[in-house]
Design a protein around this ligand. Sequence first.
Ligand code: IVH
Length: 692
Amino acid sequence: MTSALFDLDFEEAKVKHEELAKAISIHDKKYYQQDNPEVSDAEYDALRRELEILESKFPKLVTKNSPTQNVGAKPAKGFNKIKHSVPMLSLGNVFSEEELDEFLKRVRKFLGLGEDDIVEIAAEPKIDGLSCSIRYEKGILVYAATRGDGYEGEDITQNVKTIKDVPHEITGDVPDVLEVRGEVYMRRDDFIALNKSQEAEDKQPFANPRNAAAGSLRQLDASITAKRPLYFFGYALGDVSETFASTQWGVREKLKEWGFSEADPAALCQNAQEIMRYYNSINEARPNLNYEIDGVVYKVNDLDFQKRLGFVSRAPRWATAHKFPAEQAVTIINDIDIQVGRTGVLTPVARLEPITVGGVVVSNATLHNQDEIERKDVRIGDHVTIQRAGDVIPQVVNVLIEKRKNDSRAYAFPNKCPVCNSQAIREEGEVAWRCTGGLICNAQAVERLKHFVSRLAFDIDGLGAKIIQQFWEEGLIKTPVDIFTLKERDKKTLTPIRAREGWGELSAKNLFESIEKSRKIDFNRFIYALGIRQIGEATAKRLASSYGDLKNLTIAMEAAQDKLGAAYQDLINIDDIGPSTADDLIGFFAEPHNQDILNKLDDILDIQPYELPQNTGSKVAGKIVVFTGTLTKITRAEAKAQAESLGAKVSGSVSKKTDYVIAGEDAGSKLKKAKELGVVVLSEDEWITLVL
Ligand code: IVH
């Protein structure tokens, strides 16, 4: 569709433009005025996109009446989703010079370089905004998406097009496909001015420039975004059809040439000393910059190195962020409350006299656990230093003893759950007190539901923490299954959701739509959503890739109850899963109530079996491989990462299920076992030939 559009000349484009504009305006009318849409959102968006492509090729076609100039009417129906062709991941962190050294050492070790080999680093500020991916095809901006969960984001094309320094078209030797990844942000002075006008209009001010940028960008009505002073800088590439640079610095230069802004001041550094000099200079300049930065980012400059280093879990091995120290302030603890988490952990939370820290009002801070309270000797009424760093929950750092009143008393940690009153216990070797109420504890049930609908799990818009709490109290949603029967029950009730305060026809409809959409879910997200103790996002993904689908996983977890059997061995052979995590998993699947819910969910949901993310076409996709002995051409870590990126599973032990054993020099017992079991043994060279 798009390529045909590119071939039109002006006259042909004009005719096509007219047709499209007419069709869009008919659909708009049907949608807004008659509430009777004729086409799906996707079809409608495709028409708009075609129109935009024509207008970016022939700017003369942009008239006052063109639908692209009237984006204000786009309905509040939520954004469409866009799958990232290359995942948008986050960054690891270093917090000190020592950690920076470790980062550089890791890079050298992975690449098999010597201690004295120089690994050049491109360093630049880490601007606090929202990441965004902008795709160009043949130089024309075709879409832009938020990061979302890293694999799928929201379509914010219209909004991004209103950003001042985002080119709609780039010319020159541009690759056919070019995805520019970067950060959308708001400058400090613009933020202050925006808040003033918000207040003048009796609207809520934004807490900080980042929130203001996020609130402005994620507007369903792009004409609002257009009025907000947003900027963008490019920091990395996504999908690109041809290479056009060999270094990160080269990418920066090229992006500048194509009209993008870049984060400045940046530097090329040869060693840790130069990097630290850069870090200190930026930290000093920080208060005088017109945008908020929360650190600097270091990237291995050589793009070939970047490719070889690849990714681990959710972050590249070739880059890291060096965060500035957290911002601190002093305030008073008015009270200490206990929060009960979804796995029953009791977390003490300090209720503070509200205070602004680094531009954000803070009124709660975590005290972590009983030991932390005792170690810091925190008491109600104390003056304390609190700190906040990035998005993490503010923490209590220390007590200002000199300000303590004489009658202060130490805090007595409860041994009962404050919500269900069940006994709380603290097991030996554990730091946390845990409520033993399990399924009868309301707090745990509500927290589990909140987790179930959260962003990395079912991601159900419209079912936030408050609504979950409310629906739970009313008995509308007691288990995850109830979420998916809500609509049917709502039809029959005398007190439908749409009739409640704060709701309406549209918001109820939106809620049911997002529930409907979430029925189709990837298996790894589904596992994560279950909220099993110790099973975070990365482990859920490993389980999904090892077991494929829910049926397999359920059977395997039942079989794994026998700790001497093969199923148990297989389970603890998975990276990150040790005996304690295995116990939590097996225990979860053994609980009849959980089994009942899993069965019901399996019936009503469309759980997508796990697909190996990349290179399913490679010769080693889906194969189980074991590396043993000393490899001479690449390091073991690189070999493992490469195998995984080609879709193979790397295991630490040889069994009948092993497909290949790659034997380096001096291979010992594993090679012997492979031969005994008749597993195919490859030399390092044979392996390289197989995967190249
Ligand atoms: S490079 C593969 N460079 O910080 C990811 N990120 O905390 C490469 N960020 O997700 C990211 N400034 O949204 C990079 N100069 C910069 C950045 C930057 C801000 C954001 C980015 C990233 C997040 C991680």
